[in-house]
Design a protein around this ligand. Structure first.
Ligand code: PEP
Ligand code: MN
Length: 263
């Protein structure tokens, strides 16, 4: 169902009047984790000011260590809904199991399945029964074939609104958090009709690499971007070192615009 053979036309996903997969590059920005009303509102206003139409923020955080901040859970979902209502931004938030999926459905526009859950087949099937678009991140060490098969799990249950997200893969390199697989963008777009967005934040783990990888992703044909941005990255409870501040995010948007339209 995800295959290019099924459709020559690119899938365009429309949420509350905003598209992903059409001509305009869809920009999803916001903090790794929702931390407070004030933090989220500041991030949302900065996102909107710079021209992004989507707000991200994790409420359920699948952290590597069980002792790290695990997210505000339902309180975080409520804040996302509230801030979305006030700013008009379309929301994206991660679900980590069937329970969080059910709870997020009441508050969130686009449900994210994270890299660690790309092959959580029960969760994929549950997402396939959801009426929300699913942003499916590529697994930490997943091949493109495995990633497309994960999309197939969702689509075969009935949900055709899948957005693929390249977020870097694990390689032998340790200077970056992951290695951004830029070639996956045109390759997946040739294999599939689904939109492909790129997350330069988790792909690199380093703030100073987010802008150059954004430009490269847009040049390679990405349908969208997912960028971590925090009003005060030094104080972020999660992923501060890869988060842009509002000013850096504004600069990123201004630098990316000409690349999206011309060489
Ligand atoms: C995130 O988007 O904050 C996240 C946890 O991403 P990933 O699943 O790609 O690590
Ligand atoms: Mn993060």
């Amino acid at each position: 169902l995800a295959s290019r053979e099924v459709s020559e036309e690119n899938t365009v996903i429309k949420v509350r009047g905003v598209t992903i997969g059409a001509d305009q590059v869809a920009v999803i920005a916001g903090p790794c984790a929702v931390e407070s009303r004030e933090q989220l509102m500041k991030a949302a206003q900065a996102a909107r000011r710079a021209g992004a139409r989507f707000l991200r923020g994790g409420a359920f955080k699948p952290r590597t260590s069980p002792y790290s901040f695990q997210g505000m859970e339902e309180e975080g979902l409520k804040l996302l809904a509230e801030v979305s209502e006030q700013t008009g931004l379309v929301t994206v938030s991660e679900v980590i199991d069937e329970d969080s999926l059910e709870r997020a459905t009441a508050y969130i526009d686009i449900l994210q399945i994270g890299t660690r859950n790309m092959q959580n087949f029960r969760l994929l099937k549950a997402a396939g029964q959801s009426n929300k678009p699913i942003l499916l991140k590529r697994g930490l060490s997943a091949t493109i074939e495995e990633w497309l098969m994960a999309a197939e799990y969702i689509m075969s249950e009935g949900n055709q609104s899948v957005i693929l997200c390249e977020r870097g893969i694990r390689t032998f390199e340790t200077y970056t958090r992951n290695t951004l697989d830029l070639s996956a963008i045109p390759l997946v777009k040739s294999l599939s009709h689904l939109p492909v967005v790129v997350d330069p934040s988790h792909a690199t783990g380093k703030r100073e690499l987010v802008l150059p990888m954004t430009l490269a992703a847009v040049a390679a044909g990405a349908d969208g971007l997912l960028v971590e941005m925090h009003p005060n990255p030094a104080k972020a409870l999660c992923d501060g070192p890869q988060s842009l501040n509002p000013e850096q995010f504004l600069q990123l948007m201004e630098s990316a615009r000409p690349v999206a339209q011309a060489i």
